[in-house]
Design a protein. Sequence first.
Length: 345
Amino acid sequence: MAQIDKPSLHFNTVLWDGNNSSTTHTVGFQPDFSWIKQREDDGYSHMLFDAIRGATKYISSNEQNAEATDSQTLTAFTGTGFTVGTSNLVNRSGDTYVGWNWKAGTGQGSSNTDGSINTTYTSVNTTAGISICQYTGTGSAGTIGHGLGAVPKFMMIKETNQGGRSWRVYHQNVGNAAIMYLNTNGASSGDGQAFNSTTPTSSVFSVGTSGGTNGSGSTYIAYVFAEKKGFSRFGEWTANNSTDGPFLYTGFKPAFFIAKRTGSTGNWHMYDSKRDGYNIQNWRLAADNGGVEDLSSSNYIDILSNGIKIRSNQNSLNNHTGGMVYMAFAENPIVGSNNIPAVGR
């Protein structure tokens, strides 16, 4: 498998101070999936936008709500970034914000007919293993084409046309007969119908009869990720309830890291290499919670040149001896084509 030598062409984090005025932020590519969070003071919900559903339309990782439209949120995807309007959710004067951005197919894409359920649109980046799929559920077990040409290791799916149903999350280490809910801190739970107890293949992922992934007539958006050398990693570890926690080898310096306890309750911990910028990393957000950024010294990790070192025994990150799963995206590979190694902080 060829290594991605410049991950910032496919994922990048941007930070900004709100100014209550239409502003364009540079990402370095045209993003197809932008996840925005206000960091302090007010604790607004997470705002997830993608080029498939179109600008101004958002869903929230911490809510069951249907897709909403706000003309003053993310108003446009540009060739090198995105523009935000005047909404407090994304650009309140005096507040700080973070935006995590992924490149899929640079636009809305087209229908994928590889599965028994055709997608309305599928936008795919096969190099980085990123696919965004929109489809309409049938209520009957079926398969959906993702276009990656590689087996997905992680998927997040949300019903968009109505509220009341939680996000369904698939992680390779949780398995195909269980799910996690992105919008709650709950433990993983058995559910053979969300993904039809079937592991994804290099061409399709499966859905059963669950309303969370395949309700008849409901519309869904799926963010689908395959693992790519030098760019992404989806793994697990066993917590040890120690400030000298496990080391997680990723094969790259992580730019973005999310971790979740599987066997019991615990937040979806979110860290990145830009908000703090130095080890020990202790600026935490939670995907399941719209709360403000946690700057507590009891929640921290080291972001290293080749992985993550857990240095906490607090707040469900490592305060137990159970299972944890994670997703990570790269800032730098260990050694790129220029033969320059990545360095820790």
